[in-house]
Write a protein that binds this ligand. Sequence first.
Ligand code: DC
Length: 234
Amino acid sequence: MSKPYKLSAFAGKIIAVDGPAGAGKSTTARLLAARLGYIYLDTGAMYRAVTLFALKNNILPEDGVALTETARKLTIEFRVEGNINKVYLNGADVTYLIRTPEVTKAVSAVSAHAGVREALVRLQREIGKKGNVVAEGRDTTSVVFPEADLKIYLDASIAERARRRVLDFARMNLPTTVEEQTKELTRRDALDSGRSASPLMRTGDAIVVDTTNLSIEEQVDRIIKLAKSRFIKL
Ligand code: DC
């Protein structure tokens, strides 16, 4: 006979999901949060929101001082509407505007500024205070929530990541090619891993989940299984 499922074991926990672009972090984290009734903390969306604001207000991605000031002042909120995790910037819905190629291109440079990171990490920790959070993003396992209850590092081959990016862009009616996306991902990986402020890295206590041959459902199932074995003490 199977043992009763201890729901309380999941209360107040933080699951942090890290990994390179295109590994399936966003979709996996969103579905994981929905399955567990947790908040989905999309940290990349916050860096994208700052980038969008900068592009619209002629602040250069290199201008760390102005960007830091911007990151401290902006109001960024997440609201679940239907089953969409909407992103609001100073009260305006920017869910889709933050995904354009222009923002994607500039966001690595914006997120490399220590002052920007400091401001956004503070906000992320505030949101994470009560737990019941799936935090997704580059430094969530290392810097934002080093004490997370479960750390997952999602990875996938570059070919598969590029293929997924092409599908993502096609959904937004933006044609691109696997070659183009392979180049772009290689560029972003190098920028994100090589920067001095919170580089992309795998912490020793993160569990690697290689998603190359997994469907989204399989990825989520695998993480829930890992969470159960971590949280439920039998
Ligand atoms: O996951 P994403 O593509 O939405 O992330 C957008 C950019 O923001 C990406 O270049 C890495 C950066 N980022 C970051 O530096 N730290 C985070 N915690 C999340 C994202």
